[in-house]
Design a protein around this ligand. Structure first.
Ligand SMILES: [Zn+2]
Length: 177
């Protein structure tokens, strides 16, 4: 074995999962990136996100966020997801809720909610943070619709897929000022 190489340890919470969910977690970890072909329309939508956030208007941000969601779902050939942008993050026991994915489970449509104002200080969420949250929730949608997993868990593979979307969108290149 090569000196200095250590595979990343699996988080201990995996072992506390029921056997069926451990299999889901293992399947989730096997996919570390998503083959997103980000065309110019999708990149333009991402580039328009800082200006939309700067308006402070949820309907403006929602229109851009929906375009991003539609572009990703179209590229990966999965059913669309409804994106709703709301104002102030709801407080939770440990902090504040950034986003939420609710699968339809046979009733209505899959819905993502993302909040654009911080709970504590009432500031508009930073562009990269908002985009990360949106992509995080889209990854939950893709776990079911693209990878056909029975559950969507916050595995190492999940976060790697989230990062792969972030980079495929050229998000690091957009000036957030
Ligand atoms: Zn999540």
């Amino acid at each position: 074995m090569a000196v200095g190489f250590r595979p990343p340890a699996r988080p201990t919470w995996y072992r506390r999962l029921p056997a069926a969910l451990q299999r889901v977690a293992a399947a989730s970890d096997r996919v570390t990136s998503l083959p997103l072909g980000a065309g110019s329309a999708l990149r333009d939508a991402v580039a328009g996100l800082p200006a939309a956030l700067a308006t402070g208007r949820p309907q403006d941000v929602e229109a851009v966020a929906q375009r991003i969601g539609n572009g990703i779902c179209t590229s990966l050939r999965v059913p669309q997801v409804v994106v709703r942008v709301e104002l102030r993050r709801p407080p939770t026991g440990r902090g504040e809720l950034h986003g939420l994915y609710t699968p339809a489970n046979g009733r209505g449509r899959d819905v993502i909610r993302v909040w654009m104002i911080t709970a504590k200080r009432g500031h508009v969420v930073a562009y990269r943070t908002f985009l990360r949250t949106l992509l995080h929730e889209i990854c939950h949608h893709l776990d079911y619709t693209y990878l056909h997993l029975r559950d969507s868990l916050h595995t190492q593979g999940f976060y790697q897929r989230e990062s792969s979307l972030f980079h495929a969108l050229g998000a690091g290149d957009v000036d957030s000022s």
